[in-house]
Structures are given as structure tokens and as C-alpha cells.
Design a protein around this ligand. Structure first.
Ligand code: GLC
Ligand code: GLC
Length: 631
């Protein structure tokens, strides 16, 4: 056993030998990649695990696992690796369109999901995120986010072999499969968890277990409560009286990444999933993966080192696979995870939340500020822009941004919660509160897009708001992500209250089962489903044929109207000017505001000619995507 030493060639030689033993003469480019990766992975490991007596062995074991996995990698995936390495910016295309669904709720099981591929093609999907589909405890399992085995599909949904076939079929249809990599925690039924609790050698340090409340009490002075409805603080008590770290539900136990055996074990699960044909891993709860006493235990520097290290392991064993960050935190922290070396993709929770903020306040300034100042990303990375997800909406805007506009963050969040859960007079929204914390006054909001936007309440602007919200996600750049069901206006599903496994988790209100009737009427314009579907698919088609929508870069465009949000997507031949009115009354954009463009413009959605010299009327909750040329 030996410690890792920075710049030590002995460490590198040991790691290379470990890889060689697995490669057994085969290569396919592995050695070349190893030569590039080791000088990056070695210092990362030294920073993370430099104190360990077995650091050198830990690094060698991880590299060996990557070599083993590479040898087992199917040929078609190696071909994909080669193509993607040639075109690393593939996911920045204007043709990208994502969607997300639960396998069971949308299609029963994996076989049923496969039957939906024609519908996915009809929509134009290129990216499909299937919610967690692994073995997990019966009853409440946090929608599958409590994983009991990363190598087994939940028997109710199918088998791992079926998942691999589905991945291949999707790929043939031009759709990349995305699944969660739930690497912060496992379920309490995972084999590692059982062994850890039993004190089995090699597993004692897989989780964070303490004999009494001394350490938990100290940690809890500084960590947030994430699911206060389930248990206070971040620890739960084991039957034998000890305490274990559980950030989320009591049955989701946080892994101890200070132990390199945990890194190695999860790296092997990651490589296994990659070899099933998963093309993007959604990195669940990234902010929480490293803990240090006296801190919030969120977004610590080591969280970034870990992501970099996992990424290098992928470069070795499955070079085409991308990471998507799920960090629903302060915007400064969200952005810190996004880089070609960490997560190439990231949810854009700020734009998501501020879209709703703007609709509630009828004031687009906070959203405009975010687009102006917080939208830019490093080259080779992309936002995933969405209107809502399977999770609650939290108001994660920066207080300092709000303050710059004279808005006080705390009461503003209170207002937004009240507005969206229907406690504010005149609200159009029918949301439901999630995890209200009486100690802090914090709460989040649950609800489907249509219910939050006013369709459920029968508000006259409801349908327009659904389309307006999606028009933002489709035009600000990156990968737009639809929650399947929203394109046919599915409403809240209050049935979760009758299901004991779901009753205490109001997020189920916005995870309805596929509504056959709504889908069947999607071409019938006399229905809500038909109108929303037709307007939305028209936007999707427009986006697909508009190269200016590729990538993330946007330039601000300001009007004198607080309710109007503006930006330009600048292309080589022309610019797409987007103007969106979040207000309830129409707004005239004066000719002078538009005078920097040639008078003849085109509405690229309808194809109509627009004369900018007479100004532009934006209807209530209306927007335009205009093809313009500078004068
Ligand atoms: C993520 C998931 C959420 C889950 C949590 C714990 O935030 O999106 O649904 O509850 O992680 O895994
Ligand atoms: C994320 C967020 C938290 C959110 C949770 C699940 O980890 O940080 O705010 O509520 O997932 O809903």
C-alpha cells in the first residue's frame, strides 16, 4: 500500500500496469486516452485521497475498471464514441429537443415505451430522459431516486437487457437515452447499505454512520433541511441507535465519497450504465456529494473534483457519454458545475423559475437580468431549458439580482409561493405547496405547467401562458426539455393523495399518468390538448429549421416596457429577435425601439411579413420570433 504522491511516476506506472492487465493486448485507442487522462486523474485523486494509505491502489483499481469496461463495450457504442469525439458539439444543434417521462406513468413498462418511439419521432425528439427505472424499495421510493441496484431494472418495468435494446432502438431513431446517475445516495436496501450496517469489512465506511448524536448535532448547525416533512435535519436513526446521513428521505442514505472505495464502486456502476447505451447521465443531487463539518455541505470544492474525476473515467471507458448537472441551487453555484471537464449539460433552474416569476408579477425584469447576465456558458457546454420538471419549483434566483431591481428576496419568494399555490387573491395558478418549513418559512411549489399557468382555473390567458413559457425554453438556446404530457396540457392529478406511497409527497400532483384522451385529441383544435399541441409543435418545427437557435449565445434586447423580455439570437446571415410579453395587456413596441433593424422583417413562426417601421403590437402573454436584419 502506498500514498499518492503528486508528480510521482511510480503512481502512473502502477495505474498503467493495472490497465494493461485488463486490456490483455486489446487497445482500440485506450492507451492513447490513458496517456492523456492519467496526468489529469492522478492529481485529482491526490487531492481527494492524498491522505489515504491506499491511494495508489485506489487509482490503479479505478483505471483497471475503466479498461475492463472498455473491453466489454459493444462495438456500436465504440463507433458512437468515435463519431462524438469527431463532433463534440453535437448537442448544441438547433435540432436538439429533449423530453422526460416516467416509464410506468407514460407507457406502462419498457416494452410500452418502445411502442412510443413513433410518437417521439413525430415530436422530433433527439433526447429522452427516462426517470429512475432501477430496482428500488416497495412503497415510497422517492419516484425511484432510492436505488437498490444500479444493475437491475425494476422488475415492474422490464429488464436491463430490454433497456439496452431500447437504447439501441432510440439511437436508431436519432434519440439519445438519458438516465439518472443517482450517485449521492443509495436506498437503504442496496447491498452496500446492508453490508455497511452489518459492519462487513470493506463496507463500514461506505456511508456516514455515527454512534450517537454528537457529530450529527454539529453538522446540523450548518446544513439545510431538504425534506423536513420526512425528518428534521440530515440524519436518521438506525434501529440499533446509531445515526446515518440521509439528506433526502430517511431511506436514501448518502454515500461517503471520502472513501475511495465508494468512488471506485460508483465508477463501475457508471461504466456499466454507459455500456447499456445510455448517452447522457443526469447527475442527481450533485451539490450534496461532499461533506465537511462547519459548512453547508453543499457545492464544496471536492464536489467539483469528484465530477472531474468521474469524467476522466468516462473518457477512458465510454468517451461519448455526457454529464448533465442537477444542481438546483444559487445561480453562482449552478454555473460552477458547467464546463467540458465537469458537466457539459445543466438544467437551467434560474430561467425556469424566473419564467414563472415573470408570469406571476407580469414583470419581466428579473428574467431579463438573468438572460443578460447569467446566461453565457463556456464553449462546449449547454443549458437544458425547461418549463418545469418532475420536481418542485424553488425560487433559486440570487437575492442580489433581486435587490438590484429593488426587490426584497424573502418576501418576494413568499409572494411567489402564495401566488402559485392559490393563496393570493386573483391568482390564475392552481399549484400545491411542497415541503413547507415552518421553521424557515421556506416552501416550494408543485403543479403541472397547465395547472400553474391558469388552464385548470379556466383563466383566459392560461393556454397562452403555457405556450409563452415553452417559447422561452425553445428560443433561449441549449437543449429544450419537455415534460411529456405538458404538450397536451395535462392538469394536476390529485389522485396521489389516495396512494399511501405518494400521499406525503405533493410532487406527485404533477406526475400524472399519460392521459389517453388528451393524446387522442391532440389534432382536434376544439380541445385544449389540440390547441396547445398544435401551437407547440409549430414552435418546435420552427426551431428545428432555424440555425440561429443553435448553441446558447444570446444578446440582450431591451424595450422600455417592464413586461417585455427581449433577446437576439445572432446568426451569420440574419438575427432572430425574440420579444415576449409576460403582461396581461397588449404592448406596442414603438418604431424607434426597432429602428436598428431593416423595416422588413419576418415572423418565422407564421411566415408573415412584418413592417417594423410602424412598430409592433405584442398581445397579452404573446411573443414573436422575428427574422430581422440590421440596417
Ligand atoms: C433530485 C431529484 C429528486 C429527488 C432527489 C433525491 O433532486 O430530482 O426528485 O428527490 O434528487 O434523489
Ligand atoms: C434538489 C434541490 C432541492 C429540491 C430537491 C428535490 O436536490 O436542491 O431544493 O427540492 O432536489 O425536490
Amino acid at each position: 500500500m502506498a500514498r499518492l504522491v503528486p508528480n510521482s511516476t511510480t503512481d502512473l506506472i502502477a495505474a498503467t500496469a493495472a490497465a494493461e492487465a485488463q486490456l490483455d493486448g486489446e487497445d482500440d485507442g485506450f492507451r492513447e486516452r490513458l496517456a492523456e487522462v492519467l496526468p489529469i486523474l492522478h492529481p485529482l485523486f491526490a487531492q481527494l485521497y492524498g491522505e489515504r494509505e491506499d491511494g495508489r491502489e485506489a487509482l490503479a483499481a479505478v483505471v483497471a475498471a475503466a479498461a475492463r469496461s472498455w473491453r466489454a463495450r459493444p462495438t456500436d457504442l465504440k463507433q458512437l464514441d468515435a463519431r462524438r469525439t469527431q463532433h463534440p458539439d453535437w448537442f448544441l444543434s438547433e435540432k436538439m429537443l429533449g423530453a422526460v417521462c416516467y416509464v410506468d406513468r407514460f407507457a406502462g413498462d419498457l416494452a410500452g415505451l418502445r411502442d412510443q418511439i413513433p410518437y417521439f419521432q413525430e415530436l422530433g425528439l433527439t433526447y429522452l430522459h427516462l426517470m429512475p427505472l432501477f430496482a428500488s424499495p416497495e412503497g415510497n421510493n422517492d419516484g425511484g431516486y432510492a436505488v437498490s441496484s444500479y444493475r437491475e431494472v425494476h422488475p415492474r418495468l422490464g429488464t436491463m437487457a430490454e433497456l439496452a435494446l431500447l437504447a439501441a432502438d432510440l439511437r436508431k431513431a436519432g434519440i439519445s437515452l438519458v438516465v439518472d446517475f443517482i450517485f449521492n445516495h443509495t436506498s437503504n436496501e442496496h447491498e452496500w447499505a446492508r453490508k455497511a450496517v452489518a459492519g462487513e469489512p470493506g463496507y463500514e465506511d461506505f456511508y456516514l454512520i455515527f454512534p450517537d448524536r454528537t457529530m450529527p448535532d454539529l453538522y446540523e448547525q450548518t446544513v439545510r433541511e431538504i425534506f423536513p416533512d420526512d425528518h428534521p435535519g440530515a440524519f436518521v436513526q438506525l434501529p440499533d441507535g446509531r445515526w446515518i446521513w440521509a439528506t433526502f428521505y430517511h431511506f436514501q442514505w448518502d454515500l461517503n465519497y471520502a472513501n475511495p472505495a465508494v468512488f471506485q464502486a460508483m465508477a463501475e456502476e457508471m461504466l456499466f450504465l454507459a455500456n447499456q447505451g445510455v448517452e447522457v447521465l443526469r447527475m442527481d443531487a450533485v451539490a450534496f456529494i461532499w461533506k465537511r463539518l462547519g459548512t453547508a455541505c453543499e457545492s464544496l470544492p471536492e464536489a467539483h473534483l469528484l465530477l472531474r474525476a468521474f469524467n476522466q473515467v468516462l473518457r477512458l471507458g465510454a468517451p461519448s457519454v455526457l454529464f448533465k448537472s442537477e444542481a438546483i441551487v444559487h445561480p453562482d453555484e449552478v454555473i460552477a458545475y458547467i464546463s467540458p471537464e465537469e458537466c457539459q449539460l445543466s438544467y437551467n433552474p434560474l430561467q425556469m423559475a424566473l419564467g414563472w416569476e415573470a408570469l406571476a408579477t407580469r414583470d419581466g425584469r428579473l428574467l431579463q437580468k438573468a438572460l443578460d447576465e447569467r446566461h453565457a456558458l463556456p464553449a462546449g457546454t449547454s443549458w437544458v431549458n425547461y418549463v418545469r420538471s418532475h420536481d418542485d419549483i424553488g425560487w433559486t434566483f440570487a437575492d442580489e439580482d433581486a435587490a438590484a431591481l429593488g426587490i426584497d428576496g424573502y418576501p418576494h419568494r413568499r409572494f411567489l409561493n402564495d401566488f402559485y399555490v392559490g393563496r393570493f387573491d386573483g391568482t390564475f395558478s392552481r399549484g400545491v405547496p411542497f415541503q413547507e418549513n415552518p421553521k424557515t418559512g421556506d416552501a416550494r411549489v408543485a403543479g403541472t405547467t397547465a395547472s400553474l399557468a391558469g388552464v385548470e382555473a379556466g383563466d383566459a390567458g392560461g393556454e397562452d401562458r403555457v405556450i409563452l413559457a415553452h417559447s422561452l425554453a425553445l428560443s433561449t438556446g441549449g437543449v429544450p426539455l419537455l415534460y411529456l404530457g405538458d404538450e397536451v396540457g395535462q392538469l394536476n392529478d390529485y389522485g396521489y393523495r389516495d396512494d399511501p406511497a405518494h400521499a406525503d409527497d405533493s410532487r406527485w400532483v404533477h406526475r400524472p399518468r399519460r392521459d389517453e384522451k388528451a393524446y387522442a385529441s391532440r389534432h382536434d383544435l376544439s380541445t385544449v390538448a389540440g390547441r396547445l399541441h398544435s401551437r407547440l409543435t409549430q414552435l418546435i418545427e420552427t426551431r428545428r429549421r432555424t440555425p440561429e437557435f443553435a448553441g446558447n449565445a444570446l444578446a440582450p434586447f431591451h424595450t422600455p416596457h417592464a413586461s417585455v423580455v427581449g433577446y437576439q439570437r445572432i446568426g451569420s446571415a440574419r438575427t432572430i429577435l425574440v420579444l415576449a410579453n409576460v403582461g396581461d395587456s397588449e404592448v406596442l413596441i414603438e418604431p424607434i425601439t426597432l429602428s436598428g433593424f431593416a423595416p422588413a422583417a419576418t415572423d418565422i413562426v407564421s411566415g408573415a411579413e412584418v413592417r417594423l417601421s410602424s412598430g409592433l403590437m405584442l398581445p397579452a402573454h404573446g411573443f414573436v420570433w422575428l427574422g430581422v436584419e440590421p440596417v
